[in-house]
Ligand binder design. Structure first.
Ligand code: HDE
Length: 735
């Protein structure tokens, strides 16, 4: 029998904690070996199955018994009954029967990656948290992005909030910043969370709809809970349908505390800003993507990291004092409110780069356990009543989801910092605790482990006073001012999309009274918005819903440009953008190859699409090979479109319904289109001109009748870098 060699990675994590920084791979062992790691390392080999060693390995049972035949069960005679004594078959089937664990009650659908956080500068004046102690300080991270309502196998492009959870493996233990891509929440007291989730999940009698808020129970709840007004503006906007997980912001949502080494505290809000800018889908596109690739976001993240296009976000902090907070027109403990950046600027403090895909989806992405309770010295909680419920909920949920109290030992959850305490035993315990001392104080263990005193985590000693009550502070009762702020800070096209979002969702509501109640609430946000929604639903504009607080405090800002998706356009590059080039026999290969090479040189991914896979005859230049077909892909999977030159090829393309569909979808969704030479006729046939109805040139439609391929390609690259051309839509809406 051949002996298995140990698979890659360090002893504990099976390679899952290898840290890749700027191309250098560091083993975790090299960073800080612990007793626990040493134990696990000794037990290694039989736990990991690495691809590289496959040839040298013999198949065994879970007891390490070599398996001679993995094809047949043990039978009494070739045609006889299967025997109960076949322990190999029974072990295999029993393990298989138990392969699934309960999915997360919310955020079940997620995608994740490893990476690192790098601090720009020391933030010691504000916090003693390890990641912020020195410029250039590197802290490994694991980030998971998720939709909220859908089940584990649901579509990625549902209209929903996205989870944005980051586990920092700091020198002083794990810090989980478990945020969302939207800075405000639906409710402000944990007491309402189960109600919110029951309302948005598939309706209990028939289990529908999946991953969608467009149904009666959600809007029944929302219309009766006007505190949802603000977050609804965000979710109905294009923020609810991001183009990519790499192109969305993240927010800590709650007010937290930073505490420095002197014990001084400041309030803080956390912001992640994507280097690629914030970009979204449009609704028609999102719906179609759900059909053609329900893994769209997961694939996009995976492919980008595999291609070395590591997504990056900048972490920014809004730091403010309690005295400042007292003066704000809103309450910073209310999670349905944000702090406008114009009021408290966002200070950039570092960057997060995701540079390694998980080795195993289940072991890492599924088993990662984020907990809002996981903070480290230097980070502390505020009295936000929503946050308090979360501090309880996450550990509780992991105990049932991951099968017991030892989920912190699962490699992806295990801290880098050493773990030493007297907690013992429980289901699935991996640590082999030595000695007879499992209590404190002790003398038999030399008093170890010792308390850290003020060097350890010390809760900020905030004074507490007041009666024991169930209730809310006065400023919480303003439900509309910031919803209006958000709406009024959007561009015209964004406003139209918000109205479209409400219109679509409420048109799916079957109870007219719910629709009407919701529109009456919207009147308090904006008459313009409520009017547009009411018109789409075919109802008269109802009277405004009575406000709990008729005269809220004057807001500090009434327009916040930072709230528009357009505020973060990115660097205008096209790295990792997807471009389709359509082909048929008789196209001009020379110009296609030139455009393809230029796009790839700029970092884009190019697919050559034809009616079938394989070679396509070209009238000039090199032979071309189709890498996708009109049948196996779809226009909605591409950011831009190139139509070829070559009359014979163009004629063939024009005869195919899928091609005309491709062109009109790309145009309708605001994408950039380049028609080389003869293919201008395809645009004409689709009714597409290079000018907008009001006579201005369409910045996203390029034709090269007389221009050189190189210059028209350069124009295409720069137009593609704008992501989408809302001018086209604005012109369409105006007509
Ligand atoms: Fe969560 N939330 N949540 N949540 N949440 C969970 O934890 C909960 C809230 C967020 O990728 C659960 O492991 C309560 C706000 C993310 O694994 C659960 C309340 C924010 C993720 C839970 C909230 C979030 C979760 C489900 C109100 C943004 C996915 C499974 C008091 C700041 C993390 C799990 C991942 C997951 C409870 C509200 C973000 C049940 C009780 C506000 C990103 O524990």
């Amino acid at each position: 029998m051949r002996h298995c060699r140990q698979a890659g990675g360090d002893g504990r994590a099976g390679g899952s904690h290898r840290l890749v920084i700027a191309g250098i791979q560091l083993g975790r062992r090299a960073m800080k070996p612990t007793r626990k790691q040493a134990d696990a390392r000794a037990a290694k080999g039989r736990q990991d199955v690495g691809e590289g060693q496959a040839a040298a390995q013999t198949l065994t049972t879970n007891q390490g018994v070599p398996v001679g035949d993995n094809q047949h069960s043990l039978k009494a005679g070739l045609r006889g009954p299967t025997l109960l004594e076949d322990f190999i078959l029974r072990e295999k089937i029993t393990h298989f029967d138990h392969e699934r664990i309960p999915e997360r009650i919310v955020h079940a659908r997620g995608s994740a990656a490893h990476g690192f956080f790098e601090a720009y500068k020391p933030m010691t004046a504000f916090t003693r948290a390890a990641p912020f102690q020195a410029a250039g300080k590197i802290t490994p991270v694991f980030a998971r992005f998720s939709t909220v309502a859908g089940e584990r196998g649901s579509t990625d492009t549902a209209r929903d909030v996205r989870g944005f959870a980051v586990k920092f493996y700091t020198d002083e233990g794990n810090w989980d910043l478990v945020g969302n891509n939207i800075p405000v929440f639906f409710i402000r007291d944990a007491m309402k969370f189960p109600d919110l989730v029951h309302a948005v999940k598939p309706e209990p009698h028939n289990g529908m709809p999946q991953a969608a808020s467009a149904h009666d129970t959600f809007w029944d709840f929302a219309s009766l809970m006007p505190e949802t007004s603000h977050v609804l503006m965000w979710v109905m906007s294009d923020r609810g349908i991001p183009r990519s997980l790499r192109m969305m912001q993240g927010f800590g949502v709650h007010t937290f505390r930073l505490v420095n080494a002197q014990g001084e505290s400041h309030f803080v809000k956390f912001h992640w800003k994507p280097k690629l800018g914030t970009h979204s889908l449009v609704w028609d596109e999102a719906v179609k993507i759900s059909g053609v690739d329900s893994d769209f976001h997961r694939r996009d993240l995976w492919d980008a990291i595999e291609a070395g296009e590591f997504p990056e976000w900048e972490l920014g902090l809004q730091i403010f004092t309690e005295a400042q907070a007292e003066g704000f027109s809103f309450d910073v403990l209310d999670a349905t409110k944000l702090i406008p950046e114009e009021l408290v600027p966002v200070t950039p403090v570092g960057r997060m780069v995701l540079n390694r895909n998980p080795d195993n989806f289940f072991a890492e992405t599924e088993q990662v356990a984020f907990c809002a309770a996981h903070v480290v010295p230097g980070i502390d909680f505020s009295n936000d009543p929503l946050l308090a419920g979360r501090i309880h909920s996450y550990i509780d949920t992991q105990i049932s989801r991951l099968g017991g109290a030892n989920f912190h030992e699962i490699p992806v959850n295990a801290p880098l910092a050493p773990v030493r305490n007297n907690q013992r035993d429980g289901l699935h315990r991996h640590t082999v605790a030595r000695g007879r001392v499992a209590y404190e104080p002790n003398s038999l263990g030399g008093g170890c482990p010792f308390e850290a005193g003020t060097a350890g985590f010390v809760s900020f000693p905030q004074a507490v006073e007041g009666d024991k009550v169930r209730g809310k502070p006065e400023k919480f009762a303003d439900h509309y001012t910031q919803a209006t702020l958000f709406y009024e800070s959007q561009t015209a096209v964004e406003k139209a999309h918000i109205a479209g979002g409400f219109r679509f969702e409420l048109s799916k509501v079957t109870v007219p009274a719910i629709r009407e109640r919701m529109v009456s609430s919207l009147v308090n946000v904006s008459k313009e918005l409520a009017g547009a929604v009411a018109a789409g639903l075919g109802i008269a504009l109802p009277a405004a819903m009575p406000r709990v607080q008729p005269q809220p405090a004057m807001p500090e800002v009434t327009r916040s440009p930072a709230l528009s998706l357009m505020a973060l356009p990115g660097d205008g590059g096209i790295r990792s953008r997807r471009v389709a080039i359509l082909m048929a026999d008789g196209v001009a290969g020379e110009s296609i190859s030139a455009v393809q090479a230029a796009l790839q040189a700029a970092g884009a991914t190019v697919q050559l699409i034809a009616a079938r896979l394989g070679p396509v005859t070209s009238v000039s230049g090199p032979a071309l090979e189709a890498t996708a077909t009109f049948e196996n892909t779809s226009p909605v999977l591409f950011d831009g479109l190139v139509l070829p030159d070559g009359e014979a090829g163009v004629t063939l393309l024009g005869q195919q319904a899928e091609v005309m569909d491709f062109i009109s979808n790309q145009y309708r969704h605001g994408k950039t289109i380049l028609a080389l030479g003869a293919s201008a006729v395809l645009l004409q046939r689709a009714g597409i001109g290079a000018v907008l109805p009001k006579g201005k040139p369409d910045p996203g439609v390029l034709m090269d009748a007389k221009v050189k391929v190189t210059s028209v390609t350069a124009a295409f690259v720069s137009a593609l870098g704008k992501h989408r051309h809302p001018e086209r839509e604005a012109a369409q809406t105006a007509h």
